[in-house]
Design a protein around this ligand. Structure first.
Ligand SMILES: N[C@@H](CCC(=O)N[C@@H](CS)C(=O)NCC(=O)O)C(=O)O
Length: 214
């Protein structure tokens, strides 16, 4: 097997979860290499693999693909026959739009509701939601989910796509911070959380002992 995905701690590294989940869902075989985040040696260790100094990155023989979205696009083209995006061109464009919105946005949500799979902290969620910027991010994400799930589900664009991989860390955040969901969105969250690969990631996150304070 020549593919190696370099990732951070499963409890905290939301960017790592995205391509990891997409690759598992596509049935792609790969090795994992973990660099623990937030340690004095983290940057130097990541730089051994990834020129950006960030994880995730994918090593395929001589090629290094860094950045979560670039990895998803690469494995979709090279190892998944294009099945990780919707077949329909309009749906594919919409899926790419919401993925890009996640990839480049929602800074307030990411700052004030960081992924912390093991934790349950409704108080921190309430405090965060009192901020206008966090409330706006949550409302926008819920509007995106509602718009696409209303077209049929069970995943955002029917069957699993990179869009679900990109919003999977948000599903875990809403559980961690007890964000209230409509029945439609709760059903979607349950669907994502019950994917065997998500269960595997969550179990591994719970088994980790390292903690990152902020
Ligand atoms: N835009 C990048 C963001 C990657 C990123 O920020 N990764 C974090 C971990 S989730 C990281 O590597 N941080 C480096 C560090 O903590 O030193 C992507 O989509 O892959």
């Amino acid at each position: 097997m020549s593919l190696t995905l370099v990732i951070g701690n499963k409890n905290y590294s939301s960017w790592s979860l995205r391509p990891w989940l997409a690759m598992k869902q596509a049935g792609i075989a790969f090795n994992e290499s973990t660099v623990l985040l937030a340690r004095p040696e983290t940057k130097e260790k990541i730089l051994r693999y990834s020129p950006s100094g960030r994880v995730p990155c994918l090593i395929d023989g001589q090629l290094t693909v860094f950045d979560s979205l670039a990895v998803c696009e690469y494995v979709n083209e090279q190892h998944a026959d294009g099945t990780l995006w919707p077949r329909d061109v309009a749906m594919r464009a919409q899926a790419r739009s919401v993925v890009s919105e996640m990839h480049s946005g929602f800074a307030a949500l990411r700052t004030h509701m960081p992924m912390d799979i093991r934790s349950r902290d409704a108080d921190k969620g309430q405090t965060a939601l009192r901020r206008e910027d966090v409330a706006a991010d949550v409302a926008r994400i819920q509007a995106i989910w509602t718009e696409y799930l209303s077209q049929g589900g069970p995943m955002l664009f029917g069957s699993f796509s990179i869009a679900d991989a990109f919003y999977a860390p948000v599903v875990t955040r809403f559980a961690t911070y007890d964000v209230k969901l409509s029945p439609l969105l709760a059903a979607y969250s349950d669907c994502v959380l019950s994917l065997p690969a998500m269960q595997q990631w969550i179990a591994a996150a719970k088994a980790e002992t390292e903690t990152i304070e902020s």
